[in-house]
Write a protein that binds this ligand. Structure first.
Ligand code: PGA
Length: 260
């Protein structure tokens, strides 16, 4: 884990909630619950549609930033249904989740993620790159699989930009939406975090040490402390738990207390 920088808690709302009113209520409740937070960076990633409204609500709590859940690699033009990094940036949004396993399941490849990272960086956004294996095997081939994902997704990114990328390790087998999922341990997380740091430093040198590595996969208020303390990471990415203001706030408070 990196010393001297704020830890980060990210909420990925995915395709929820169904109405703007509920989105505003959820956001408002998180904002209320975290008004005393000083050291933890909080990022909420709602569906695109809600970003603009929530942006004005986020002005009242400087520790809460907004993120999108995807961004296209082209800057503009005839791309029906797509949204560019520049559009997201121009709304006052700072972050963007890229390469999430749920998007990869719909056909997104490492090459597409790579183009999206480059375009998002060029637009001024902070990409949150998700990597993670679908399953673990006894011969440990999952290490190589994650290595390939990481190398392909970060191919051609300049050293001086790499510290802007946040790396989220999300083992697909631990994500709440995966059928027959099971829990990852802080030990599983720690060994992968060490492995990822080694690849990054081999590839990018000392600049890689400035990158944050976070963990995601059914994180909740009961295991957040253990992951933050023993997982070798700089923060957490919560999906399901981020849709419950009380649970998400609790995770943020646990993170804040763990930074003292
Ligand atoms: P989860 O989602 O916390 O619901 O497992 C995490 C994610 O998919 O980003």
């Amino acid at each position: 884990m990196q010393k001297g920088k704020d830890k980060i808690i990210i909420g990925n709302w995915k395709m929820n909630p169904p109405t703007l009113k509920e989105a505003e209520m959820l956001f408002f409740n998180v904002r209320q619950g975290t008004s005393s937070i000083k050291k933890t960076e909080i990022v909420i990633c709602p569906p695109f549609l809600y970003l603009e409204k929530l942006k004005s609500a986020s002005r009242r709590n400087k520790k809460i930033s907004l993120g999108a859940q995807d961004a296209f690699w082209e800057g503009g033009g005839a791309f029906t249904g797509e949204i560019s990094g520049e559009m997201i940036y121009n709304l006052g949004t700072k972050y963007v989740i890229l390469g999430h396993s749920e998007r990869r399941a719909l056909g997104e490849t490492d090459m597409m993620v790579n183009k999206k990272i480059k375009a998002s960086l060029a637009a001024g956004l902070t990409p949150i790159l998700c990597v993670g294996e679908a399953a673990r095997d006894e011969s440990h081939s999952y290490f190589n699989l994650v290595k390939i994902q990481l190398e392909e997704c970060l191919h051609g990114i300049k050293k001086d930009l790499i510290s802007k990328v946040i790396l989220a390790y999300e083992p697909v087998w631990a994500i709440s939406s995966t059928p027959n999922r099971h829990d990852a341990t802080s030990g599983d997380c720690r060994e992968m975090a060490i492995f990822l740091r080694k690849i990054l430093s081999d590839k990018f040198g000392s600049d890689a040490s400035k990158m944050s590595i976070i963990y995601g996969g059914s994180v909740n208020e009961k295991d957040a402390f253990e992951f933050l303390k023993n997982g070798g990471i700089d923060g957490l990415l919560a999906g399901k738990a981020s849709l419950d203001a009380k649970k998400f706030t609790e995770i943020i408070k646990i993170c804040e207390a763990s930074s003292k």
